[in-house]
Structure formats: structure tokens, C-alpha cells
Design a protein around this ligand. Structure first.
Ligand SMILES: [Zn+2]
Length: 144
């Protein structure tokens, strides 16, 4: 196999990802440290455009990445089971303050009940089931 023209490396010093052209030494674009034994190889790229994609992907902050995968692995609304629906409703109602639900309270309520669902999804679900009346972008009234 031919050596790929570009290698995406992660700087051992600052964790920034940068590209190295085959045959060159490679230097971190953020802190200027040269690639060394500790430099992690992330991926390879066949051309500069691919390299740019790889680098921007590799440089997505970890917390965003986990959010992204969380989003992708969170259960589709339709697959929530009946007993879950009861728990979710309880969770949602416990987030209400004077009959008004705000996302930040739902987040707390979800965490308290150890439910891995996004607040926005829960609200959306309740809204689509007619349990909530939307008052504004971040306020819902409990109709139940
Ligand atoms: Zn660096």
C-alpha cells in the first residue's frame, strides 16, 4: 500500500489536530511542537480537502462529540415503552413550577430520575400528545 499523502496527527502537547504531509516533519498548528513518538495518528487523507475535513472532524471538542453521539443514540420517540411513558410523564410533571414547564427544570428532573432523554425531546413528546400548551420558546403550560 502506498503511503497516504497526508496524515492527521494529534499534538501530544495541546491535543490540537493538524495535518502532516508525507516526508515532512509535521508541526502543531497551535503550539508549534513537532510531531514525535507521543504524537497520536488520527487518520490519513488522500488530498488537502480530505485533510481539512479530517482535521475539522478531529478537532470537534469532546463535549460536543458526546452530545452528538448522545443525540444519535437517544431512543426514537416512538420506541418509548408504555411503562416508560408513565415515568416520563411523572418526570415531566415534577419539573413544572406553578404549572409552567421550562427546559432547565426538565433537565434537572430528568437527571434526578436518571432518565437519559433530552429535555427537548421529552417536551416535544408531551406536546405532541397534547399534555402541554406552548406559551413561548421556552415555556410550556401543563394541560393535564
Ligand atoms: Zn500543540
Amino acid at each position: 500500500m502506498d503511503t497516504p499523502p497526508w496524515t492527521v496527527l494529534r499534538c501530544a502537547g495541546c491535543a490540537q489536530c493538524f495535518g502532516r504531509k508525507a516526508g515532512t516533519k509535521g508541526k502543531c498548528s497551535r503550539c508549534g511542537v513537532f510531531a514525535n513518538d507521543k504524537t497520536e495518528i488520527i487518520s490519513h487523507a488522500a488530498n488537502e480537502q480530505e485533510l481539512q475535513n479530517e482535521i475539522s472532524l478531529a478537532n470537534v471538542p469532546e463535549h460536543l462529540k458526546s452530545k452528538l453521539s448522545e443525540k444519535m443514540t437517544s431512543k426514537p420517540i416512538a420506541s418509548v415503552r408504555e411503562d416508560d411513558a408513565y415515568r416520563l410523564k411523572k418526570c415531566l410533571l415534577s419539573a413544572a413550577v406553578d404549572g409552567i414547564i421550562r427546559p432547565e427544570n426538565v433537565v434537572k428532573s430528568l437527571a434526578k430520575m436518571n432518565i437519559t432523554l433530552r429535555a427537548a425531546d421529552l417536551i416535544e413528546m408531551a406536546y405532541s400528545q397534547g399534555l402541554l400548551l406552548k406559551l413561548s420558546e421556552d415555556e410550556w403550560q401543563v394541560l393535564d
